[in-house]
Ligand binder design. Sequence first.
Ligand code: HEM
Length: 1151
Amino acid sequence: MWFPRHHSKRIGSIEEKGHSAYVLYKFVLIKPFDRISYILIFVNPFTVSFPDFFCLFLFFRYLYKNEIHALDKQTFKGLRSLEQLYIHFNQIETLQPETFGDLVKLERLFLHHNKLSKIPPGSFSHLDSLKRLRLDSNALVCDCDLMWLGELMRGYARNGQTQAAATCQYPRRLQGRSIASVTVEEFNCESPRITFEPQDVEVTSGDTVYFTCRAEGNPKPKIIWIHNNHSLDLEDDSRLNLFDDGTLMIRNTRESDQGAYQCMARNSAGEVKTQNAMLRYSSPPAKPSFIIQPQDTEVLIGTSTTLECTATGQPHPHITWTRGSGEALDGSRHLVTSGGLYLQNVTLRDHGRFTCHAENNQGSVQATANIIVQAPPQFTIIPKDQMVLEGHSVEFLCEAEGNPPPIIAWTKAGAQLLQEGPHTVLSSGTLRIDHAAHHDEGQYECQAVSPLGVKKASVQLTVKPKALPVFTQLPQDTSVQVGKNINISCHAQGEPQPMITWNKAGVQITESGKFHVSGEGVLTIYDAGQADQGRYECVARNAFGLVVANMFLTVVAIQGRQAGDDFVESSILDAVQRVDSAINSTRRHLFSQKPHTPGDLLALFRYPHDPFTVKTARAGEIFEHTLLLIQEHVKQGLTVDTEGREFRYNDLVSPHALSRIANVSGCTAHRQVPDCSDLCFHRKYRAADGTCNNLRHPAWGASLTAFERILKPAYENGFNLPRGAGARPLPPARLVSTELAATATVTPDGRYTHMLMQWGQFLDHDLAHTVPALSTARFSDGRPCGAACTDDPPCFPIALPDGDPRRAQAPCMFFARSSPVCGSGLTSLLASSVYAREQMNQLTAYIDASSVYGSSEREARALRDRAAPLGLLRAGRAWARSGKPLLPLAAGPPTECGRPPGARRGPCFLAGDHRANEQVALTAVHTLWFREHNRVATALSALNPHWDGDTLYHEARKIVGAELQHITYSHWLPKILGEPGMKMLGGYRGYDPNVNAGILNSFATAAFRFGHTLISPVLHRLNDTFGEIPQGHLPLHKAFFAPSRIIEEGGIDPLLRGLFGAAAKLRVPSQLLSLELTEKLFSTARSVALDLAATNIQRGRDHGLPPYADFRVFCNLSSVQSFEDLQNEIKDVGIRQKLKNRKMTPGEASL
Ligand code: HEM
């Protein structure tokens, strides 16, 4: 059969050395021969012509004894049916592994007598039908590369299906041997051995990296690279190169190249792998940058959302979140996930800004997004039904929250209330109705409206007609016998029901052992004395006004001797002896040795230094102690009718005996009437002791006069026993301190510096200094108050409650009472009556810089520099650096100064107020003002060379006093009282001689001690660049009585800079007094330190201050029954709760 030429395709040639080769054609057959897919036809163009001479052999092919030199891999392609192939006796030198690949039916393959020296492994692997294979008489080299053929032959022999023959030609030692008989050793194979292992490398992006691997073996091993357990396909990735020596080169590295690299060396004798070499990828350090930034998100309340935030950078950035202006997240509901911030169960509090911070060691970036919480309106304050008195104003509070914020609208009987007439809807949502009238009664509705919904709340307003108080029973003039009790009735009606209070000589009477005002308004006076005689006013007050009714009480003296008269002389002697002995031993203890206890320091701090003050105080103590002794004698004899009340003084002794006690005790030697005759002087300058300032009332505001009262004192026995010290105990002062006052944390004041505090203390020390008891030991037996722990005059120790850690050291804290003013009280001695106990101020009441100049002529003289007539104050040594003088040192025995503990006891600084050394910042301010006097005096002297020393002194003093007043009224008070307070105070309206400038007891003992809440626990000491000085800032407890810290640690400048450079403590209701003051006040090594908060409360009780609730009545504020009534004043619920937990009533709360 002929095949048209165009059906043929030349597919290769069998080449003959030296001349043109046989040409190999492939023909595509057509039917009916399609059983055979391909035929191979070898044509020798020299001997046969194609296609004319062509013969088809479908199953056998005889090609032996040709001149065939080579067979390429296509030669027998497709001859799947070929069964016999005879190509022996040719010149074939090489075979390709694929040459026989298609001959799946081949049974005979004769290749003998050729020139084959090598046969590639696998050359016969597909010849599954093979029965005869001849390879003998070739040039086969039996080296390791042919070992596979030996194994194949042996395999053929084993299964017996295939006869095969192959003999070695080389090496010589194996010539003629059947390959099947050659052993592994004879083939001389060597399995691969690694001679160089690849090493770990660290690269950055884009680097070229080399992994070297060398291996030896026979035959030479092939190197294969494995990356993360997969062979590397070098063809696939042009970045990869394998060098002949086995080195792998990776160009332009990227992150995916990271991982383990292993080199495998393989030859026919085996394979071996190296250890893993790691390629670590490190991209160059890069600042974080955001991939996804959080976006503003609106979210409905109660649902959840995620603010997405992802960032990249090298190293990988750490993501954190904050909210608002840096506050922490709510850990329970805000979860930081890898993709962002998950906000669970969103509340209105989540509304606001959230910031995603991405940070690594190269830097940080922030992105902020807003969470916009959508919330339907919810009431936060629901209005309550109200009753209002006609003409009065009423407010219905109504507040709601939501987002968008709801608008509050009010309706009455369905109609919207207009912003006119008496109705006002305040911006807070409160409905205010001014001058309520009858027609305002009815139902009102508060509506909170937002696009997300409406909430409504209804309330009822009742308007009660007004009624001024009207007396239904007027008090009548009456008389009472000395020592008896009397009831005076007074009733009134009105709407609302009026409240009855009583005044005596303009001073409101408060509940005490002396007076009681019943709910119906009946005034009871116990143990009437001459001092109780006089005009009384019954005041009936309700919201519409007040009415007043007067009556006169006459106290009828008892004629004849009284039960106590018999004991007067002996008791006086006894009292003098006991008081003097206690005073002397106290003085010895305090002044002749180093103070041992904080109590000693407190006593020294308050101790009067002026001998006249000491005399006056001694007289008061003797007077009162005499009465006490007499009373004890009488009680023992049971000759007095006490009507169930423990103390009675007015019928204890006769008026004559009372005068005698006053004389002997020294009370009558008390201050003479001031002599103001030198009008020239008094009209120009102030007296040192404040007398004659008010020429109509020369003693008003003078030093050593009793404090003033706006409410009658409240003593348990009406005379001198502190409230709570008798049968009706009050909450222990120390407990009130630890539970309500003491704070470990303080908040710095964002607006004012610590100078705010310091000016307050300095000012206080110009105004008030109570004369203390002269003895710190019991009069009865001389035992120190701090050790005896009993309420035995003059001791009034502060009990330490159970569980107080200080109880381990002592059962009480030191406290001695303030000294009493002579019991019959000032000029009223003439009335031969005993008065309730009063306390005395050692200072002038005026803001006259008495803290700089002293409060008595004697003190003033001691402070003046008399050496030259320049009107100067005495100066101490100059501070080395500035050359400016420090305060002079106090003469006399060293007292409380010489701290800190362990330091040598040294003198205190001397200033106008003895307490100047109490803490070093105060000392610094004293120093500043004494320098100011000398500066002004020197300037005046330059201007007025003709002035003498006295004139210069007084003129300079006048200016310094004015400076203090100016600073106080123009700069300090506005910061303390705020605008409303200053408005109430009003402007200066000129000198009014009817105003008593004397300091109120309640001011010195309570109100002005508010300043203790401004005290920061640390005194900052700053250098001239406002950094900390080398000796550091001072915790307060190291600053008490420590003048050495000024002398040795930088003078006053660091302290002054600290005062105007560091914040004051903020007044926070839950943070009143720092622990430095409640736990470490005047602390010394082994003793119980004092507690200023407890001391303040105890002092108030010592001074007979009525409770806070009584002052409210005086100030026309609502009277309160429970602490809930004080919601507006005590806004902190926690504090109200604490008070309730203690089962305290407002009546027990101190001022
Ligand atoms: C570090 C600063 C202060 C300390 C260590 C301190 C300490 C004391 C002490 C121990 C007492 C005597 C307590 C007693 O036994 O009754 C006292 C009384 C007083 N303190 Fe302070 N205080 C300081 C600052 C202030 C401030 C800033 C003010 C007012 C703004 C102030 C106002 C008063 C008043 C009015 C008294 C009563 C004075 C008297 O009548 O004797 N104190 N202080």
